[in-house]
Design a protein around this ligand. Structure first.
Ligand code: ADP
Ligand code: MG
Length: 244
């Protein structure tokens, strides 16, 4: 069905780069967590960072977004980033709809219009009926979907997603994977997707960086060649996955 091959870097007509990390190194309390991490994303690419727990995947995103500082190396980012962190950052005292619309409120946008936009996306992640609940009243998977929408609303053209579908059951996960590819196309997003799930990385990505741990370092860069047809043909038929 698909084949993995060594990615060809810098081929003719390549799109502009929107993210580049060059030789990033990082230690925490003297122990080396990242060594010599170099990676790039071109506009419109879907790239996965695949690696075992503790290999430093979340730390790489934290360095990209300035939450952590690298000890060595350089980061360049060309565009507005939305970051969905691995930990749950929904505000417990706000309803789901208010959490989703929060980035727009912070930008001072009209409250009615932001709610309308958030409302229009609710159905797409199966959260209809839960708009006025609080995070404490929802499952882990529902909270992930709400966080995902909030990140989408905050994103300019680049989304950094740290194991966004980790807490979902496999039906909902398939449906969200399908939806993510549609959203990527509709909004022209560049996506860096973190996962420890090999199958998920292969299903969704144009390229995959494979990390090994202790210290986290890039072992391989793979291009995913899915042969004939649309990338979405790799996923389960969405008609089979109608969410309630
Ligand atoms: P992954 O996301 O791949 O599971 P992390 O980036 O979360 O890995 O963590 C990589 C390593 O760095 C782990 O050993 C973790 O305990 C350590 N680590 C991450 N953040 C910190 C921090 N702020 N202080 C100390 N150690 C940290
Ligand atoms: Mg992590």
């Amino acid at each position: 069905m698909y084949a993995l091959q060594q990615a060809k870097a810098g081929h003719a007509g390549a799109k502009e780069e929107v993210i580049r990390l060059d030789r990033i190194g990082k230690r925490f309390d003297g122990s080396e967590v990242l060594r010599d991490i170099s990676l790039h994303l071109r506009k419109g690419e879907f790239v996965s960072l695949l690696g075992p727990s503790g290999s430093g995947k979340s730390t790489i995103l934290n360095i990209m977004t300035g939450l952590e500082e690298a000890d060595t190396g350089t980061v360049s980012i060309g565009g507005q980033i939305g970051y969905m962190q691995q930990k749950d950052l929904l505000l417990p005292w706000k309803t789901v709809i208010d959490n989703i619309a929060l980035p727009l409120d912070l930008k001072g946008r009209n409250k009615k219009e932001s709610r309308a936009l958030a409302e229009s996306l609710i159905d797409r992640v199966g959260l209809r009926g839960y708009e006025h609940r609080y995070p404490g009243e929802m499952s882990g998977g529902m909270k992930q979907r709400a966080s995902f929408l909030r990140t989408l609303i905050a994103s300019g053209e680049i989304m950094l997603l740290d194991e966004p579908f980790g807490a979902l059951d496999s039906m909902t996960k398939s449906s969200m994977q399908q939806w993510l590819l549609e959203v990527q196309e509709a909004f022209g997003l560049t996506i860096l997707f973190i996962t420890h799930d090999i199958e998920e990385a292969i299903l969704l990505s144009d390229r995959v960086y494979v990390l090994s741990s202790r210290p986290g370092t890039i072992k391989e860069e793979l291009g995913v060649d899915f042969g004939v047809g649309d990338k979405r043909s790799r996923l389960v038929d969405p008609k089979l996955l109608k969410m309630k």
